[in-house]
Design a protein around this ligand. Structure first.
Ligand SMILES: [Cu+2]
Length: 158
């Protein structure tokens, strides 16, 4: 047993990346404004979403979706590009906050109730219940991808 270590310099205070106006930083559990995970026992309408990188852009096809409130949707997401991509279902405000966080933690992968990360050539499914009307966004939060065009909208009608 030696003397108490003197190498344990005090840690710097934790740096919060969340702007003051956002109540939480990266709390996924509380951020499903777009609805909630679906019930696999109930019927769902399938919507195919393709991810690609045409002509230096990055896109979802289609990039506009309309659903009815309380309609359950099975997103079938295919990555036909050459890069990893994400499909994250969020509100516009959540997307902006999350994007700032991703710029600081670019390696963060998502496999969450409201999103999937897909390597090239992969297909994933996401079952979702849109239980609130409004307009939501789906986006790829990998830094630079949203700016390159990877964003789309879901309009939930009453
Ligand atoms: Cu992407």
């Amino acid at each position: 047993m030696g003397p108490p270590s003197s190498s344990s310099a005090p840690l710097p205070p934790p740096v919060s990346s969340a702007p003051r106006t956002q109540p939480s930083g990266h709390d996924h559990a509380a951020r499903f404004a777009a609805g909630r995970p679906g019930d696999p026992k109930k019927p769902a309408r399938q919507i195919d979403i393709e991810m690609r990188e045409p002509d230096g852009k990055m896109v979802f096809t289609p990039d506009r979706i309309e659903v009815r409130r309380n309609e359950q949707v099975r997103f079938r997401i295919q990555n036909h590009g050459e890069l990893d991509h994400e499909f994250m279902l969020v509100s516009a405000a959540e997307s902006a906050a999350h994007q700032r966080m991703m710029e600081q933690h670019p390696d963060m992968a998502h496999d969450e109730p409201n999103g999937r990360t897909l390597a090239p050539g992969k297909t994933a499914e996401l079952l979702w219940m849109f239980d609130k009307s409004g307009t939501y966004e789906f986006t790829c939060l990998i830094p630079g991808h949203r700016e390159a065009g990877m964003t789309g909208s879901v309009t939930v009608k009453k």
